[in-house]
Structure formats: structure tokens, C-alpha cells
Design a protein around this ligand. Structure first.
Ligand code: NAD
Length: 502
């Protein structure tokens, strides 16, 4: 596919602008290695300008009634809907996803915008009776200020929406630093948000590298909230670097998600769920099933069926409707994924299929990896412990349900888990005992919807959740308000308590 070389800009205070230095970087098409365009390689000065604009805009935006702020998001959702086909096609080029999944990514942004638009007419607080007469009290959610949003490339439209829609409806302003691998999608996202009727400065886009633009945003004294989705390693750095200003830090980090397949499972269904969760988005989902914990009674049969399915997958560019498995994001990722094949084999796991770069014909121009399945994996091996972020999954045999739960929990991450079983008792025990923010019963590890909390336990984050009502806690602070209409001094904890006799 021929792609024109174009130059794109940052969006600051309602205007498109270059980086002060004039430096740029390129975004590549992972299916072909071609350049899609060049983008400002922003530095501290560019971030500072964006933060200044967002800080000034906050003073007005926080006073816009929340239902009106919600109306902007309704308009945004409509624009996303109108542009869904264009964004889907663009995503298959810039990020590499197959069309169905790219469409799902855009749909998630539409859903989140609609959900949060409605929040403009809720944003519920609480009222509660006072312990004193003629006194009223309530708690209300208050916007916080400038939100620094830092996003990864694997859900390039959905994740910015998950952060910006709640941040905006709550009355905050935003500076977005998107991933350097998907800057064009971020540019389209912000462009449409601007067209939805946001005042200048309410949303700003600063393109560039994490260690430069991202780092400045994290350390900027006028950015009280950092919402970050990315790897655990970067999340730790972000937390440390934000600490000097005691920022609210919201982290959505990596996963090493496990699917349990019990001896009573519907194996056809389990195979469908595993293939979708392990190889969808070429394994580059935080919720990807990179471990399959299988009861020994069905271990042999499941291996056979999974290998047959994996070997039938058609590898190719995401925009080809025939493609089952698109490319991975870049050369560095391809090298990392392949290095784990060497690590797994070296550790003594049995490579059942895949394990190599796919480079026949046109594939040689892009970054493709064959769907890879290891069997006889010990739970402590590195391929069973570390996030690979590619189309590689590890089959781990177990003898019992208790074993399966222990192995599934035996990792540092806690994002998503799943179990295939026909036994309702085991299903309920799994819901209770699996240590993860999300658990699926008789489905794979992916498939979140926008109105439930999304996020993980343990090293997947720091206890916050994205999406649903939980997102509001990230982007607001509670204020408790007391109104005394008695016309006299009433002292809580004193005047309403019977005093002891003198
Ligand atoms: P990454 O950590 O390399 O980068 C994420 C973002 O952080 C990018 O925008 C990057 O430029 C920026 N960044 C890098 N260094 C920085 C620094 N020092 N200071 C500030 N910002 C910095 O992650 P990635 O490769 O883009 O994404 C893949 C990772 O994201 C995987 O670990 C995946 O599991 C995780 N992820 C998690 C979720 C979730 O919701 N839990 C969702 C999607 C992806």
C-alpha cells in the first residue's frame, strides 16, 4: 500500500504547531516498514506550553456545567461513528490490527464517550443526615486540574478515550502524550475532539518520546494527575518521578494472563477462547492469554486442537480482510518476541508450533511472527512469568483445580484470568480465588466492556481502575460540604452529646 510522506504537528491551545526545536520522528507501517508521516519530537519546552494552555483553560472549563461538558462528548461519539471506517483502516495501517479488531477499538472509544457523556448528568455525590438539627451536609466530586495522559500503542483510539472522556466530563483539562508508534491515530483522535466543540486549551496533544516529552509531563509541577497505561517498568519510573509533587498517579500496567481449562470443559469453546485471547492483536493486548493452565485429562487433546488452529491462521497485513494475524508493532518487539522463543527452548519447554519470524514474500517487509505454542511449560520458567507481548502462549499441565488456581496466581501480575468448566462450584471458587481485577467464566481473557471497572491487582497497577464509575475516582477529588442554618454555633461531637452531670 503506497503511503504519502506527510508532516504532522502538535495541538496546543487550539492551534497546530511544530516542536520548538523543529525536530521530528517517523511513524512506520508495521506491515510494510514504510513511513506514514513525521511528527514533532517534543521536548520540555513544548510540554510546558501545553501545560500552560491547559492550566489557563481549566479556570473556565471547570465552571462549564457538567451536562454541557457531556454534550461535547456526545458530539465526539457521533464524529467517531461517522469516521469509524476511516479510523479502522488507518489503525490497520499504523498499528497493524486486523480490521475487525481495529473496528472494535474505535467502537470502544465511542462507547466510552457515550457512557461518560451521560455521566455529565450524574456525577453523583452523597447527602447524609447531620447529627445536629438545622444542618445540611453533602459530598461532591471536584475536578482536579491538568491531567497528564500517557498512552501505549496497542489500543490507540480506545485507551485515549478511556482516559480523556472521564477526565473531561469531570471538568479537568488534558495534555495527551501518546505512544510514539501510533502518533497519527492520536492526531486524528484529538482533531475530532477539537471539532466536537471543546474550547481552546482544554485538550492538548504533545507528540514525542517517553523519556523526553513523557518524562517532562510526569515531573511538571502544574500537572496534579498522571494517568498512565504502559509497561510495568515504565510505570515504576513514572511513580518515582511523580513523587516529588505527590501527584495522583493512575497506572494500568502489564499482564501475564492465564486461562484454566478443566477436564469437564467444552473443548471446542475453550480452543476458540484461547486462540482469540492468545493471538488476537498478535498477542499485544495487556489481557492476552499467554498462559494456558490445562487439566492433565484433556492436555493432549487440547494441544492437538490448538496447534491445528494456530497453523491455519493466515498471516498478513491488517487491512486484508482475509488476515487472521497481523504484524507486531516494530522490529524491537519482533526481536523481543523471538528472543523468548530461544529462552523457552533453552528452559526445556517443548515448541509445538511457530517460534519463527514469518518472512515469506511480502511478509519479509514487515514485522510478522508465527503463532507460537509451547507445551510442557513449568510455571516458574521465564516464558510463564514474563510478559512477552506477542503471539506466544505457554501450556502448563496441572493435576487438579487447586493446582490450577495456585499456578494461575503464581505470577507478579493480576490483570485478567479465565476458566473453562461446566462445574458451577468450580466457577464460583475461581471467581473468588483467582487474584486478578477481571475474571471470565467460559470465555477467554479479553472482552471488557466500558461500564465495568477495568484494571488489575498486584503489579498490574496501583489499585485504581479505569472505566465505569471507578474512573471518576481517578479524575475527581471529594469535597465534603456542611451548611448550618440554625443561626447559632453548633458543635459536632459536643452539642449533640449528653454532657455528664456536674
Ligand atoms: P511503554 O511503557 O513502553 O510506553 C507507554 C507510554 O509511556 C508511551 O507513550 C511511552 O512513550 C511512554 N513512556 C516511556 N517512557 C517514559 C518515561 N520515562 N516517562 C513517561 N512516559 C514514558 O509501553 P508500550 O510498549 O507502549 O505498551 C505495552 C505495555 O502496556 C504492555 O506492558 C501492556 O501490558 C501495557 N498495557 C496495559 C494496559 C492496561 O490497561 N493494564 C492496556 C494496554 C497496554
Amino acid at each position: 500500500m503506497a503511503v504519502a510522506e506527510k508532516q504532522f504537528q502538535n495541538y496546543v491551545d487550539g492551534k497546530w504547531t511544530d516542536a520548538a526545536s523543529g525536530d521530528t520522528f517517523e511513524s512506520l507501517v508495521p506491515a510494510t516498514g514504510e513511513a506514514l508521516g513525521s511528527f514533532p519530537r517534543s521536548a520540555a519546552a513544548d510540554v510546558d506550553r501545553a501545560v500552560e494552555a491547559a492550566k489557563a483553560a481549566f479556570e473556565e472549563w471547570r465552571l462549564v456545567p457538567a451536562p454541557e461538558r457531556g454534550n461535547v462528548l456526545f458530539r465526539f461519539a457521533r464524529l467517531l461513528e461517522e469516521q469509524k471506517d476511516e479510523l479502522t483502516e488507518l489503525m490497520s495501517r499504523e498499528m497493524g490490527k486486523v480490521l475487525a479488531e481495529a473496528g472494535g477499538d474505535v467502537q470502544e472509544a465511542i462507547d466510552m464517550s457515550v457512557y461518560m457523556a451521560g455521566e455529565g448528568r450524574r456525577l453523583f455525590g452523597q447527602t447524609t443526615p447531620s447529627e445536629l438539627r438545622d444542618k445540611f451536609q453533602m459530598s461532591v466530586r471536584m475536578p482536579v486540574g491538568v491531567v497528564g495522559a500517557i498512552t501505549p500503542w496497542n489500543f490507540p483510539i480506545a485507551i485515549p478515550a478511556w482516559k480523556l472522556a472521564p477526565a473531561l466530563v469531570c471538568g479537568n483539562t488534558v495534555v495527551l502524550k501518546p505512544a510514539e508508534d501510533t502518533p497519527l491515530l492520536a492526531k486524528r483522535f484529538i482533531e475530532l475532539l477539537g471539532e466536537s466543540g471543546l474550547p481552546d486549551g482544554v485538550v492538548n496533544l504533545v507528540q514525542g518520546y517517553g523519556e523526553e516529552a513523557g518524562d517532562r509531563l510526569v515531573r511538571h509541577p502544574d500537572v496534579p494527575i498522571i494517568t498512565f497505561t504502559g509497561s510495568r517498568e515504565t510505570g515504576v519510573l513514572v511513580t518515582k518521578n511523580a513523587a516529588d509533587h505527590l501527584k495522583h498517579v493512575h497506572l494500568e500496567l502489564g499482564g501475564k494472563n492465564g486461562i484454566i481449562v478443566m477436564d469437564d470443559a467444552d473443548l471446542d469453546l475453550a480452543v476458540e477462547g484461547i486462540v482469540w485471547s492468545a493471538f488476537g492483536t498478535s498477542g499485544q493486548r495487556c489481557t492476552a492469554a499467554s498462559r494456558v493452565i490445562v487439566h492433565e485429562a484433556v492436555y493432549g487433546e487440547l494441544q492437538k486442537r490448538l496447534v491445528a488452529r494456530a497453523e491455519k491462521m493466515k498471516i498478513g497485513p491488517g487491512w486484508d480482510p482475509e488476515t487472521d494475524l497481523g504484524p507486531v508493532i516494530n522490529q524491537e518487539s519482533l526481536d523481543k518476541i523471538h528472543s523468548y522463543t530461544g529462552i523457552g527452548s533453552g528452559e526445556g519447554a517443548k515448541l509445538l508450533t511457530g517460534g519463527e519470524v514469518a518472512s515469506d514474500g511480502e511478509l519479509g517487509k514487515g514485522f510478522y511472527y508465527r503463532p507460537t505454542i509451547f507445551a510442557d511449560v513449568d510455571p516458574q520458567m521465564r516464558i510463564a512469568q514474563e510478559e512477552i507481548f506477542g503471539p506466544t502462549t505457554a501450556l502448563i499441565p496441572v493435576k487438579s483445580f487447586d493446582d490450577a488456581v495456585r499456578v494461575t496466581n503464581g505470577i507478579r501480575y493480576g490483570l485478567s484470568t479465565a476458566i473453562f468448566t461446566a462445574d458451577v462450584n468450580k466457577a464460583f471458587r475461581a471467581m473468588r480465588d483467582l487474584q486478578s481485577g477481571i475474571t471470565y467464566i467460559n470465555a477467554g481473557t479479553t472482552g471488557a466492556e466500558v461500564h465495568l471497572p477495568f484494571g488489575g491487582t498486584k503489579d498490574t497497577g496501583n489499585g485504581h481502575r479505569e472505566a465505569g464509575q471507578a474512573a471518576l475516582d481517578v479524575f475527581t477529588e471529594w469535597k465534603s460540604i456542611y451548611v448550618d442554618y440554625s443561626g447559632k454555633l453548633q458543635r459536632a461531637q459536643i452539642d449533640n452529646v449528653e454532657q455528664p452531670a456536674p
